[in-house]
Design a protein around this ligand. Structure first.
Ligand code: HEC
Length: 272
């Protein structure tokens, strides 16, 4: 008997029902979701579409695979387990400070594509705009290990320029970062023995005074332990002649990260 028609119709029904249930029906339900506006409170509409630099920054985020390590979705109080005193609790995302509430479909109405993500090698970024300053983000993007020594996030020194300081005055936008991170962008630099000896010979006493001005205790330049202390201090001081300044991509990306504030504004449908 020729069953090809039965197989064809069966397969069609199977695939079309899942397409109807998982794609078309949710699309009909959610396609016209308007932004939320609490008129009684006179609040602004939420969410707002991205514009300008933040919009450009979203493209940098998309193009550089941030999505592969970072999600943008806060789970509700009912999900995400952890154990405390032998009792299982839920709501790990909110406890970690990733958002004040769960995220819902309305949070994403202007995101095309949405960057929900599936992997969390790094923390969730749905609400990262509320957590740090712009300056923090620049230092972290330039080299994540300058902030967290254990970070496995790739550094992005190619979004920053290492420039000679002109006229002895650093730019306001220069990263406030010790020379160990800035001499060889992307790496943690240490001087050779000869270079270090030259620094001690030329600047030893001045460095000792600079240390004393900002730290308790006095460094003894004659002792090996004092010199080790001076060495560690010198690496954390900024380079005098060079500065690291953000280029366009870094500015755009940081503008985007600062706009990620998804679970901040309350929404009636996001109860937990
Ligand atoms: C290989 C995986 C990986 C990739 C790719 C990656 N990150 Fe990360 N990211 C991490 C890890 C791990 C951390 C946590 C350690 C740290 O702070 O560096 C992190 C932390 C962060 C944080 C701080 C979050 C917080 O709450 O402390 C931000 C912001 C961030 N990443 C942005 C980005 C952006 C933007 C990109 C794309 C340019 C990116 N990451 C690409 C792994 C990654």
């Amino acid at each position: 008997m020729d069953r090809s028609l039965v197989i064809f119709v069966g397969a069609l029904l199977t695939f079309s029902s899942s397409w109807l249930g998982l794609i078309l029906f949710p699309y009909w339900q959610l396609q016209d979701q308007p932004p939320y506006q609490d008129t009684a409170a006179g609040g602004e509409a939420y969410p707002r579409p991205l514009a300008g630099q933040a919009l450009a920054g979203r493209r940098v985020y998309e193009a550089n695979g941030c999505l592969n390590c970072h999600s943008q979705q806060v789970r509700s109080q009912k999900f995400g387990n952890w154990w405390e005193d032998g009792v299982m609790r839920t709501g790990a995302d909110i406890r970690r400070g990733w958002g004040a509430r769960r995220t819902v479909s309305r949070d994403y109405i202007y995101d095309r594509p949405t960057m929900l993500g599936t992997l969390r090698t790094g923390p969730d970024l749905a609400n990262v705009g509320t957590r740090y300053s712009e300056a923090w983000h620049h230092v972290h993007l330039f080299n994540p290990r300058a902030v967290n020594g254990w970070s496995i996030m790739p550094p992005a020194p190619f979004w920053y320029a290492r420039e000679k300081v002109v006229g002895g005055q650093k730019s306001d936008r220069a990263l406030r970062l010790g020379r160990e991170w800035t001499v060889d962008p992307g790496y943690r630099w240490t001087p050779t023995d000869d270079e270090w000896a030259a620094v001690v010979a030329a600047h030893g006493p001045a460095l000792r005074d600079a240390f004393a001005a900002t730290h308790p205790g006095v460094i003894d330049l004659e002792s090996p332990s004092g010199l080790r202390q001076l060495y560690a201090f010198w690496l954390t001081t900024e380079e005098e002649d060079y500065q690291i300044v953000p280029a366009a991509e870094a500015d755009a990306l940081v503008a985007y990260l600062m706009e990620l504030r998804k679970a901040e504004t309350p929404l009636p449908e996001a109860k937990e």
